[in-house]
Write a protein that binds this ligand. Structure first.
Ligand SMILES: Cc1cc2nc3c(=O)[nH]c(=O)nc-3n(C[C@H](O)[C@H](O)[C@H](O)COP(=O)(O)O)c2cc1C
Length: 433
């Protein structure tokens, strides 16, 4: 059986699934139940200085749903913890005492001066927590007060605060990054320069999910007004994956541990983050949507997958896809694929035809009795038909045997096997045989 044990910057947990800093980790009651359900660790909801903040008492969340009402994206306007600092510290201490094998990381956000960090860090150390995560990512409410993403958007501040924190604690320091920037590598490099043990990403993305067209105000609406919030959930996964990969494939940061966050709902999502460089993962929206027990699917799914692949530890999976993330100019232009429609599965809805005929390459024909077929000479394998088809696996992309077509002209050509790295006729592949 695959061993899911995880060691993230020296913080040990029975599996790589942690709950991200958010309402699920806001209090002792929640965290105990999370640990009972099987979560390997938590990042406690962000602590700040007293007097603690006050949250709105109207709706705090907005959402985007799929047609089946499945929650795809969640928007929130909550702040950091709205409970007294000492209450949180006391609870962290007893939960860590009772669950010594689980990771207990404490998220922190205090003003951008060294004194408040000097004040809070020993208090966190006193709880027996395993590490701290610096919240440089919260994009609403706190950023207007000069904290959260207001720090995370300025690499010099990230470096400066990380240095202060490293100078004032023996605990491992994880810097949580905001995605509300242009190039994620800059804040990650700054964290590394400041001495961070790891980075975690992503925090939420600036967003307005919808507008009330009677009140003419963004939703969620508080007494007629709305403010931008932070977006998360399955919709943000592609953005998060790319940002994780950008850091992981930068040679200077190849050894910087990454905790992957953003839209993780299933074991497969988690495995994808790990293959792209995350050494563990954190989850928020999925737990808020489905409850703590989703971790059981993550644990069994990941361990079954690892068994199938002959992987004995999570380290075998981490970074496996990083060498295959490349820049566009390195893609093989001699690789040729064509769409193929499985007539047995086709329900004749015609969506592939409409999409291809109206907006793409006029590469799908429709007969009088609504049989849809790919016109190979016109198909450029763009994949739009696959993506709009409502039936899974009905349309697939099939790599063409070499020598059949030129991707630009649709004419038969002799391909350059030397550039077709995965084809058996490639001289290197032949030599390897
Ligand atoms: C309601 C809510 C509150 C959050 N509060 C915090 C917080 O206090 N500190 C923090 O670092 N991130 C906070 N986050 C961000 C999450 O930790 C996480 O980075 C983000 O939701 C992306 O993960 P997900 O797609 O799994 O939700 C919050 C998210 C939500 C939805």
């Amino acid at each position: 059986m695959a061993d899911l044990k995880s060691d993230f910057v020296g913080i040990k947990s029975p599996n790589p699934f942690w709950l991200a800093s958010a309402p699920p980790t806001d209090k002792e009651y929640n965290v105990r139940r999370a640990f009972e359900a099987g979560w390997g660790g938590v990042v406690w909801k962000t602590l700040g200085l007293d007097p603690h903040v006050v949250n709105v008492n109207g709706p705090r969340y907005g959402a985007i749903w799929g047609a089946d009402r499945r929650l795809l994206g969640l928007n929130n306007i909550e702040l950091i913890t709205d409970r007294p600092l000492q209450t949180n510290l006391d609870e962290i201490k007893v939960v860590k005492r009772d669950y010594p094998d689980r990771a207990m990381v404490v998220s922190l956000m205090v003003p951008c001066e060294e004194e408040p960090w000097k004040f809070i860090l020993p208090k966190v150390e006193d709880t027996g927590a395993d590490g701290v995560e610096l919240n440089f990512g919260c994009p609403h409410g706190m950023s207007e007060r000069g904290m959260g993403s207001a720090v995370g958007q300025v690499p010099q501040y990230i470096e400066m605060v990380t240095r202060w924190v490293k100078a004032n604690t023996r605990m491992p320091v994880i810097v949580k990054l905001t995605p509300n920037i242009t190039d994620i590598k800059k804040p990650a490099e700054a964290a590394m320069r400041g001495g961070a043990d790891a980075v975690s990403l992503i925090n939420t993305i600036n967003s307005i999910t919808s507008v009330d067209l009677d009140l003419f105000a963004p939703e969620p609406t508080i007494d007629g007004k709305g403010a931008h919030g932070g977006y998360c959930g399955p919709a943000v996964k592609p953005i998060a994956l790319n940002m994780v990969a950008e850091i992981a494939r930068t040679p200077e940061m190849a050894h910087l541990p990454i905790s992957g966050i953003g839209g993780i709902t299933t074991w497969r999502d988690a495995a994808e983050f790990m293959a792209l460089g995350a050494r563990n993962v954190q989850v928020c929206t999925a737990a808020m949507t489905y409850g703590f027990k989703i971790v059981q699917e993550m644990i069994s799914g990941l361990s079954e997958y690892m068994d199938e692949k002959g992987m004995t530890s999570v380290d075998n999976l981490v970074r496996r896809a990083v060498p295959n993330v490349t820049d566009w100019q390195h893609l093989n232009l001699n690789y040729v694929a064509k769409a193929k429609i499985n007539q047995d599965l086709c329900i004749s809805c015609g969506r592939c035809f409409a999409a291809c005929e109206d907006t793409s390459h006029q590469a799908i024909s429709m007969s009088e009795d609504r049989v849809f077929e790919v016109i190979d000479a016109e198909c450029v394998a763009c994949n739009l038909c696959v993506n709009v088809c409502p039936v899974e696996d009905c349309i697939t992309m099939e790599a063409m045997a070499p020598g059949l077509v030129d991707p630009r002209t649709g004419k038969v050509v002799e391909p350059d096997y030397a550039n077709w790295t995965t084809h058996p006729n490639n001289p290197a592949a032949k030599a390897a045989e």
